[in-house]
Design a protein around this ligand. Structure first.
Ligand code: NDP
Ligand code: MG
Length: 344
């Protein structure tokens, strides 16, 4: 297994006397900025004129500049702006302020790995990618904990890129939970695959298909909602705590028999074949090219499909049922920011 780095393996002195520019102040950006500042780093914010994040960052006491000026003033420049905006910001605003010895930092490897951004050789290029939503990165830090974090080094022009990455990871609380070293290629491809095939795409399609099957067979939508959506969290929590076998320890024998005999019929060879195709599309850059084209063409298909998801019957019945569960309602409110982070 890869080496894991903790607090003792990282030294904040590698950020001392340096300025960190956080470009963007959204889910990840606000968390990195606040945590790094609380860890003693000198942090400034880069945003575009008219951004709704400007008053938020200023109110929290940060100095805000445009991306070009923030880059000029900084030693480390972190790209916590949307992936599809990064190439434009780099080419038109950041590049001209770059100088030998500066460090470009990313929270996801897509733009570097697929060469949308091509940095000059005389800068360091590093990744610090918390494996959790930005709002968790902040809330965990405040309670003295952290979120497991990946680091990667793409260019080590200064010879100390890894020390910088570890110091940054420590500054946002990552080394409290454990920091794993990976590569831009591995982080980018596994991150995209996970969100497409399992975490976001796979899970939502599985929930919807199960729900539709029950409702189309004449069962009450409320029952279908509980069975296919609500209970999923309870099962996933058990898997998260103690693995698949650990989860099976807690369910009935009947559930276990159904699980091991029927599960592989749902997620069968054909489904796995499709997963392999999806992975190929990621590895060859086909997915990224498609997403760039979609983004630049105004995201019509993207918005259409999101709308269709919002109009699915499971959303209407879900809203009604969650309103009847007072404890859920309260929780939903308090995780509003987290939900916003996932939508981003
Ligand atoms: P968000 O959408 O939450 O935030 C984006 C921020 O960038 C906003 O403050 C936005 O301003 C600002 N912004 C948009 N355009 C520009 C621009 N041209 N110049 C400067 N700022 C701009 O992004 P995320 O935090 O979700 O994602 C940032 C990066 O982190 C991505 O690379 C993503 O893959 C990665 N990541 C995200 C995770 C997450 O939890 N969401 C997890 C791990 C990695 P405004 O408020 O005005 O829109
Ligand atoms: Mg991702």
């Amino acid at each position: 297994m890869a080496r894991v780095y903790y607090d003792k393996d990282a030294d904040l002195k590698h950020l001392r006397g340096k300025t960190v520019a956080i470009l963007g102040f959204g889910s990840q950006g606000h968390a990195h900025a606040l945590n790094l500042r609380d860890s003693g780093a000198n942090v400034i914010i880069g945003l575009y004129p008219g951004s709704k994040s400007i008053p938020v960052a200023k109110k929290l006491g940060f100095k805000v500049f445009d991306n070009t000026e923030a880059t000029r003033r900084a030693d480390v420049i972190m790209f916590t702006i949307p992936d599809m905006v990064q190439q434009y910001v780099y080419d038109k605003q950041v590049k001209r302020s770059l100088a030998k010895g500066k460090t470009l930092a990313f929270a996801h490897g897509l733009n570097i790995h697929f060469k949308l951004i091509k940095p000059p050789k005389n800068v360091d290029v590093i990744m610090i990618a918390p494996k959790g939503p930005g709002h968790t990165v902040r809330s965990q830090y405040l309670t003295g904990r952290g979120v497991p974090t990946l680091i990667a080094i793409q260019q080590n022009s200064s010879g100390s890129a890894k020390k910088t990455a570890l110091a940054y990871a420590k500054g946002i609380g990552g080394t409290r939970a454990g920091v794993f070293e990976t590569t831009f290629k591995e982080e980018t491809e596994t991150d995209l695959f996970g969100e497409q095939a399992v975490l976001c795409g796979g899970a939502t399609a599985l929930i919807q298909a199960g729900y539709e099957t029950l409702v189309e067979a004449g069962y009450a939508p409320e029952m279908a909602y509980f069975e296919c959506l609500h209970e999923l969290k309870l099962i996933v929590d058990l898997i998260n705590e103690s693995g698949i076998s650990g989860m099976r320890f807690s369910i009935s024998e009947t559930a276990k028999y159904g699980d091991v005999t029927r599960g592989p019929r749902v997620i069968n060879k054909r489904v796995k074949g499709e997963m392999k195709k999806i992975l190929k599309e990621i590895q060859t850059g086909k997915f990224t090219r498609e997403w760039v084209r979609e983004y630049q063409g105004g995201r019509k298909n993207y918005f259409r499909l999101l709308k269709a998801g919002e109009n699915h019957r499971i959303e209407t019945v879900g809203k009604k049922l969650r309103a009847l569960m007072p404890w859920m309602k309260k929780k939903n409110k308090s995780i509003k920011g987290v939900q916003a982070a996932y939508q981003a």
